[in-house]
Design a protein around this ligand. Structure first.
Ligand code: CMX
Length: 443
């Protein structure tokens, strides 16, 4: 058994009694109540999911396994000469809760490399997509296609003990994650580089190999590592994480669950916002005809966007109430590596100007930027200018966190997800206090 898998199994055995005890001894303890505005309003703030992989505090932002992002970047082992840590080390941390040693990371790098080769049919499926397909649709289809490789699906249909569900799920997760850089870069080559693909290099780590297959210089290796790490997880309630968990709760395998997660991420209010940000900024730059905008011109552009009934992409958040630390990590990277980039100049101005305008408008609960406000400008700077592709980058990172979540879902036997819905008629009766005894909704 690989060292990571052994460690994971120890952690699973330690953790199972905690979940069992909560269920058996404290199953009836009330955690939350729910209001009509939460039911109609997308279940905002309803505490009804559990994960130990990450936790999102509205003011502090995300912690992975208890570590803030700056701590994650400081503590995880880094490849020689790199500024950013190994993505494989992050996977180890998310799965086990422990910061890996150099040796433990090397094992995971090796595990991923052994599993990275794509079946031929994946290239053929990607090749068969009509032109102008969005890369997220192609990515999702490529992941779905690989479902035939699922160990979990095979073992389940042959008869699998519930206590062992996590094991083939772990194998599926590693097999899929190891292949995602190759899937994504082939889609990139196919859609934007006349199919001219660069073969993967088995001697490189996840981030470096991705940069290599994108045909990028060494500096892009750290961009990739940073990008995959900050996008990995944001607790369980966001659309992509929740979709992955929900679909997996039906015991659909990792391939089907991650493909569903990818589809959720492809919405403009979620992962697609990173491409929307850049589109919106470039439109502004076009309007300015190359001239640097004054603060007043930026203000006008922001107000014009709001007055035309659109949202300011990259700003606001359903949970966060402060600047997203994932934004800050990327902002600091920009300040260090590309301070004079003209697009970053606009991003920087927007950071000074947008929050006050959103406050003045008085609608958004959080006027501060989220991670999507900074992602695109970095890719743009490093000459990944096809901004439809940015959410694919988000998907690779997010898959790492969702895969870790799904393995633990299986290990702790979390059941099929099935909340109860009501009718408007019933909600009105509850609101007006006219609900008859015999109409109380069943659980
Ligand atoms: N620009 C303009 N209006 C905004 C806004 C923004 N950036 N953010 C929120 N609002 C508006 C909402 O549209 C809503 O308006 P209505 O009352 O007319 O419906 C009102 O403010 C209240 O919304 P909220 O409670 O503050 O925010 P939600 O939890 O409903 O939505 C989010 C959160 C992210 C969808 C929203 O802030 C938004 O649309 N932001 C822009 C898109 C974006 O950046 N998405 C990426 C989020 C990060 C990610 O998941 O990748």
């Amino acid at each position: 058994m690989a060292r990571l898998k052994e460690k994971l199994y120890e952690k699973i055995q330690e953790h199972r009694p905690r979940t069992q005890r909560l269920l058996q001894e404290f199953g009836n303890v009330v955690v939350d109540k729910i209001t009509i505005s939460q039911i109609i309003g997308g279940m905002r703030g309803v505490k009804s999911l559990v994960t130990d992989i990450s936790y999102l505090d509205p003011n502090e932002g995300i912690r992975y396994r208890g570590y803030t992002l700056p701590e994650v970047f400081e503590k995880l082992p880094k490849p020689k000469g790199a500024e950013m840590p190994y993505v494989e080390g992050l996977f180890y941390l998310l799965l086990t809760g422990d910061i890996p040693t150099e040796d433990e990371v090397a094992d995971v790098v090796d595990e991923f490399n052994k599993r990275r080769i794509l079946p031929r049919y994946v290239y053929e499926v990607i090749d068969s997509f009509p032109c102008c397909s969005h890369p997220m649709s192609v990515f999702s289809a490529a992941v779905t296609t690989m479902q035939r490789e699922s160990f979990f699906a095979k073992k389940y249909s042959a008869g699998l003990n519930k206590a062992d569900y996590w094991d083939p799920t772990y194998e599926d997760a590693l097999n899929l994650l190891a292949k995602l850089p190759e899937v994504a870069t082939y889609i990139y080559a196919k859609l934007y580089r006349d199919g001219k693909r660069i073969q993967s290099n088995p001697f490189l780590d996840f981030g470096a190999n991705f940069a290599h297959m994108m045909g990028k210089p060494k500096a892009y290796e750290d961009v990739s590592r940073m990008n995959f790490i900050i996008h990995a997880d944001h607790e369980s309630g966001n659309v992509s994480a929740h979709t992955g968990h929900l679909v997996a709760s039906s015991l659909a395998d990792i391939y089907l669950s991650i493909a569903a997660m990818v589809n959720g991420l492809a919405g403009p209010l979620h992962g697609l916002a990173n491409q929307e940000v850049l589109r919106w900024i470039l439109e502004f730059m076009d309007k300015m005809n190359g001239a640097e905008p004054t603060d007043d011109e930026v203000k006008q552009y922001v107000w014009d966007t709001l007055h035309s009934g659109m949202v300011i992409p990259g700003y606001g958040h359903a949970v966060l109430r402060k600047t997203d630390p994932r934004y800050t990590v990327q902002r600091e990277f920009c300040q260090k590596h590309m301070p004079d980039d003209p697009v970053f100049g606009i991003v920087d101005k927007l950071y000074r100007i947008v929050p006050d305008i959103l406050r003045e408008q008085g609608k958004a609960k959080n006027p501060w930027p989220n991670l999507d406000a900074q992602t695109g400008v970095i890719q743009w700077h490093y000459n990944v200018r096809e901004f439809d592709f940015y959410t694919v980058l988000f998907s690779i990172g997010r898959s790492i966190g969702i895969a870790a979540n799904i393995i633990w879902d299986r290990a702790l036997s979390y059941p099929l997800e099935r909340p109860k819905s009501l009718t408007t008629d019933l909600l009105e009766k509850i609101a007006f206090g006219t609900l008859g005894e015999d109409e109380i909704p069943a659980e």
